[in-house]
Design a protein around this ligand. Structure first.
Ligand SMILES: *Cc1c(COP(=O)(O)O)cnc(C)c1O
Length: 360
């Protein structure tokens, strides 16, 4: 398609115009079952009434003031996130990469050290700082020199380490859950060397793992966590949460974001948090089990909650799936990635497996 957009994406030949729950509609009126949810973003499904009503009400009241003032939705969201975390303070921004940028700056300021240890295969975002700690050389190569101080592999943790930055499940890197021993080891290493443990839960957070934070499943509490994707069900928002037990690090003037904590995005996010209750989290775990069982016929299944992958013996047929009215994702050439809305019904999960059987 001829376009005035810079070609940073290899876009598929479909234009979506509407969404409702787990369903998308294209410009020709064709319906698709959405097992991708905009890469784990639209967690409650398209046009979910709770964030929709909250965002609409906020749009009628106040769109923006500077972060030099307080707003109610931002305060309310920070308080709700603090309760979920078990005591934390928030910095709000607009994306996952920005949340990780904030985390890196916070770790350097809080420790007075510069090195960040991440893992091979990780993904932390495309801005220069977040890219520097992304363990995928092919994504970094064209943009070097990047920010110094990034190391890949827990064997590099030492006295100069400011922070260890990990995804509980590597999402973009192929849906690889971290071994529980590895996360426990990272916690111990951080404590031993006076480093901070930061978990990038941009993809695993906000209920996708079957718990609000994936770290709850692992039983390893980080010093800070970053969130974005699912937090406002599709409106742009990112957050750095710093544990009340960790150093505050930042002082006024250290970091900022003009749009960060936008009232409309925060109002939607508050509604998302109110909707993600124990019943929905239990539903995520049962939908995960149902999908994983059905997917096992196609190859080895891995993942956590509704972040699932199947290793196929051929390239992921994303285009054929679209022809069959199914939206799927990939995470590597042969890795089928499914990140459906957390509200996917049992009937929709059954239909998804039936359609995949036709396609594969
Ligand atoms: C998507 C993602 C990011 C980057 O988020 P953006 O909003 O695209 O900047 C960072 N970390 C993880 C784990 C992600 O999945």
């Amino acid at each position: 398609m001829q376009s005035a957009l810079l070609p940073t994406y290899a876009r598929l030949d479909v234009t979506f115009v509407e969404g409702d729950g787990a369903w998308l509609v294209d410009a020709d009126g064709k319906r698709y079952l959405d097992l991708f949810a905009g890469i784990a973003v639209v967690g409650l499904g398209h046009k979910h009434p709770a964030p929709l009503a909250a965002a609409q009400a906020q749009l009628e009241k106040l769109w923006h003031v500077s972060n030099l003032y307080w707003t109610e939705p931002m305060q309310e969201l920070a308080a709700k996130l603090s309760v979920r975390f078990g005591g934390a303070q928030a910095f709000f921004c607009n994306s996952g990469a920005e949340a990780n940028e904030a985390a890196i700056k916070w770790a350097r300021k809080a420790t007075g050290k510069t090195e960040i240890v991440a893992l091979d295969g990780s993904f932390h975002g495309r801005t220069l700082g977040a890219l520097s700690v992304t363990g995928q050389p092919a994504k970094r190569a064209a943009f070097e020199p990047l920010v110094p101080g990034a190391k890949f592999g827990l064997e590099h943790v030492g006295p100069e380490t400011a922070a260890i930055l990990l995804e509980p499940v590597q999402g973009e890197g192929g849906v690889h859950p971290l071994a529980p021993e590895a996360l426990a080891h990272a916690r111990a290493l951080a404590d031993e060397h006076g480093a901070l443990l930061i978990l990038d839960e941009v993809q695993t957070g906000v209920g996708r793992s079957g718990a609000f934070f994936a770290w709850e499943t692992y039983g390893v509490k980080p010093d800070a966590v970053t969130l974005a994707k699912g937090l406002a069900n599709g409106l742009p928002i990112g957050a750095l949460l710093v544990s009340d037990d960790a150093p505050t690090g930042f002082e006024p003037g250290d970091h900022a974001s003009t749009f960060g904590g936008n009232p409309v995005a925060c109002a939607a996010a508050c509604a998302v948090l109110d909707t993600i209750d124990d019943a929905l989290l239990a539903h995520v775990r049962s939908a995960s089990a149902q999908l994983a069982k059905g997917l096992a016929q196609f190859g080895d299944v891995r993942g956590l909650g509704l972040l699932l992958a199947v290793e196929l013996d051929r390239p992921v047929p994303v285009e054929e799936a679209l022809q069959h009215g199914l939206v799927i994702g990939s995470a590597g050439p042969n890795t089928l990635r499914l990140t459906p809305p957390l509200t996917l019904t049992a009937a929709e999960a059954t239909l998804a497996i039936d359609l995949l059987t036709e396609i594969l």
